[in-house]
Design a protein around this ligand. Sequence first.
Ligand code: SF4
Length: 182
Amino acid sequence: MTPISIEAVQARAEADARTFGYHLVPDPDLLQGFLEGLKANEDRYGYPSCPCRLASGKLEIDRDIICPCDYRDPDVAQFGACYCRLYVNKEVYEKKVELPTVPERRPMEKQSRTFMAATAAQAPAATPTEKAAPPSGIEPKLWYCSQCGYVVFREDAPYVCPICKAKREMFKEIKTRIDFIG
Ligand code: SF4
């Protein structure tokens, strides 16, 4: 599959923003981070899953978090921005109000399903006689933002922290294994 260009990702997002009367986040560094995240996910999975969320790599599970996700419109209506804050309303774009913090609207059961599918894809060989499979991808890890404490379980640290806007370099890996999903 031919990798998609950043320019194509940006043109698509801009066209979509125009269609719905939104804007893309005015901060150029943030914008670049989101576009790179979308490109990386599209190159990896074949579809542009949300750059701020764990994806399973299975279309039927990730369908609701393909950008623009199912949650964008209610989030922009309620908070002025989507969860990542790639799409913002006019007031945010014109910096009349601060870039908001947007809580996760995706239902927990969907997050759980994604998590299970993502980790199952990394499971070791089924029988004890089978040699453990060599890594077919990158194992999901637990990351935290050293600036605001946001925690996320995914293959790589997010390009941009969805809470405080810190860049990827501010994310540190948590080495202790934690059972997720109560
Ligand atoms: S939260 Fe924003 S960037 Fe993420 S998928 Fe939804 S619309 Fe796209």
